[in-house]
Design a protein around this ligand. Structure first.
Ligand SMILES: [Zn+2]
Length: 280
């Protein structure tokens, strides 16, 4: 009788620490490092949204458990985010421009819809706009925004970056990147911000047209390299073209975007065996 009781209590004792042992094994990673740039009041607001999401699954985002350093572990489809060797964004270091690779734009006034997709503000374009790079045609699908910039220019992140995402018939992606700095207000950005849908996930048709030509700088010198999507699934083979010359948006326009998305830029990725070429 006595020995049974001892055995029972031994069993109970040994079963208790088992749980904490397992959870300990699962969390042997370093705690996520906080990003430096997000102002405090915004990160608190984001924290609340995060708790709601945690109820079902960890959703990708830009901080905490869903942050960029964990993207590759959140879903097997996101594996390239941690194993890929040709990832974006990268640091673009200025070199004297090489000649001979003009990007030809075939853009015109277009109907658009504006979407708040929960990760950024996105402008979807009706079909008809395209660019050609070395004879290959890429159709413009959408433009969206990041804060701060994703690409660095000679080691410096800038206030914002806009990506114009194009896709070829065979599914290849080419992105035009436009660095946005503080200065004179941008009239198209103003119109877009005024028409952001109230609900995340919603889209809004607007009664004005946008010519994508008005979103990119007049000086067309740009950095080219082959990289990836800067959001999960981090697919590679993306033809990146980031203009050297920034476009201005006002301080108010930057702050208005940051009210919704205080920080949605992926950290700089290693260049590895790639080269970036500055073309004009
Ligand atoms: Zn982007």
């Amino acid at each position: 009788m006595k020995s049974t009781r001892i055995l029972l209590s031994l069993l109970l004792m040994s079963s208790l620490p088992a749980c904490s042992l397992f959870s300990h094994e699962e969390t042997n990673e370093e705690p996520p490092k906080a990003e430096a740039s997000a102002p405090k009041e915004h990160s608190e607001q984001k924290e609340e949204e995060h708790h709601e999401e945690k109820a079902h699954a960890v959703h990708w985002g830009y901080e905490g458990e869903g942050g960029p350093e964990h993207w590759g572990d959140l879903d097997s489809k996101f594996e390239l985010c941690k194993t890929g060797m040709h990832q974006s964004p990268v640091d673009l270091v200025f070199k004297k421009p090489a000649t001979g690779r003009p990007i030809k734009t075939h853009y015109s006034d277009s109907n658009v819809t504006i979407v708040d997709n929960g990760h950024t503000i996105q402008v979807n374009f009706e079909p008809g706009n395209y660019i050609t790079i070395e004879g290959e045609k890429f159709n413009l699908i959408q433009a969206h925004f990041h804060s701060s910039s994703e690409h660095a220019l000679s080691g410096n992140l800038l206030p914002m970056e806009m990506h114009l995402v194009h896709k070829s018939e065979s599914g290849d992606l080419a992105v035009l990147g436009v660095i946005l700095i503080e200065g004179a207000p941008h009239s198209i950005v103003e119109s877009v911000w005024r028409n952001i849908p109230i609900q995340k996930g919603a889209s809004k048709e607007v009664n004005f047209k946008i010519n994508p030509e008005d979103l990119i700088p007049r000086t067309r010198t740009y950095y080219n390299y082959i990289g990836s999507l800067t959001t999960p699934p981090c697919s590679e083979g993306v033809n990146w073209n980031v203009f050297n010359t920034p476009v201005t948006v006002s301080k108010e326009q930057i702050l208005a975007f940051r009210q919704l998305y205080p920080q949605n830029n992926r950290p700089i990725q290693p260049l590895n065996d790639r080269k970036t070429v500055n073309y004009k």
